[in-house]
Design a protein around this ligand. Structure first.
Ligand code: PBG
Length: 335
């Protein structure tokens, strides 16, 4: 026996590092396996033809006309991304957001075109008024406040027009009370009982939506969204919101943003055992992009680590602007 070695050897029964010694062993004991089947890819659809307009605050993200949105969806499908989440940038905005339920507006046209050209895509539509109102608020205003019940009526109209265009899932992101139940009833009455609802159930009032508001041209012209979006300090309230949406008929519940709220994702998943989505929002994406552009982060690694953490927290579905990049990275790693 080598006396030098013995004098340094601890008598440890458990050595965690045994299972970290090689890529093969690490893969055997990996607990969270990210798959491109979990990704839902947000797209911003605008008017026009052959439009592919950069969003400066979100490098790699574009405002796309319907024809370009179809191409982007085809590319994403080919890379293994199952679905898209559509946001609309209408030509016309007014104080009641009437373009939200215009059958010829970008989202409705994109749903039809994607269903025609890439039929196996899961098409999800964001249901909110903020992209459609001239004041940028998520609903109809009464003074400076968003009027809940009048807004719900508008959201129902939007959801119905998305369903009529062929959406598989409608996703109300407005945080009005009672909108899930109202949308469920209206869908059922019109024969859309197969259209599912993914509710933005616990949506926080977050600074991390900043870049999205540039992409979707939806920043409020005054004030903020604190009277309907949740206070970042609350988690019991998030569980009540989720419970209420499930009671009203939500099929999938979402927590948003994702990384600053991973504890909420875990609690929601553990408490309800429901299909749970988490939205890695624009600010989460742009932070990684900006730091990587400066050489401060290794983008591919930061991307995969962030997405893995969201899956590990309990999300079944991950909504991410990185969907295509991450799907390609997963495919490359498995080859
Ligand atoms: C509202 C909506 C928002 C996002 C998705 N749906 C923004 C908001 O509340 O202002 C944010 C998504 C992101 O930041 O990536 N329609």
């Amino acid at each position: 026996m080598n006396p030098v070695q013995t004098s340094h050897a601890l008598s440890l029964v458990k050595r965690s590092r045994r299972l970290r010694r090689s890529p093969g062993i690490r893969a055997f004991v990996r607990e969270t396996r990210l798959s491109s089947e979990q990704f839902l890819y947000p797209l911003f659809v605008c008017e026009g033809q052959k439009v592919r307009r950069d969003v400066p605050s979100m490098p790699g993200v574009f405002q796309l006309s319907v024809d370009e949105a179809v191409k982007e969806t085809e590319a994403a499908r080919a890379e293994g991304v199952p679905g898209v989440l559509l946001f609309g940038i209408p030509a016309h905005k007014d104080d009641i957001g009437s373009s939200a339920y215009d059958n010829d507006a970008p989202v409705q046209a994109a749903v039809r075109a994607i269903k025609r050209n890439v039929p196996d895509t899961v098409v999800v539509t964001d249901v909110c008024l903020c992209e459609y109102t001239s004041h940028g608020h998520c609903g109809i205003l009464e003074g400076h406040d968003v009027a809940n019940d009048a807004t719900v009526e508008q959201l129902v109209r939007a959801a119905l027009s998305h369903a009529a265009a062929g959406a598989d899932i409608v996703a109300p992101s407005d945080m009005m009370d009672g909108r899930v139940g109202a949308i469920r009833r209206a869908l059922d009455e019109r024969g859309f009982e197969q259209v599912a609802i993914m509710s933005y159930a616990a949506k926080y009032c977050s600074a991390f939506y900043g870049p999205f508001r540039e992409a979707a041209e939806s920043a409020p012209k005054f004030g903020d969204r604190r009277t309907h979006q949740m206070d970042p300090g609350n988690v019991e309230e998030a569980l009540r919101e989720v419970e209420q949406d499930i009671e009203e008929g939500a099929d999938i519940v979402m927590v948003k943003p994702a990384m600053p709220y991973l504890d909420v994702v875990t609690r929601v998943k553990e408490r309800f055992g429901y299909p749970t989505a988490a939205y890695q929002v624009s600010g989460e994406y742009s932070m990684i992009k900006a730091a990587s552009a400066n050489g401060w982060l290794d983008e591919p690694r930061a991307m995969m680590e962030a997405l893995t953490s969201i899956a590990r927290a309990g999300a079944d579905i991950i909504i991410t602007y990185y969907a295509r990049d991450a799907a390609r990275a997963l495919r490359a790693a498995s080859q």
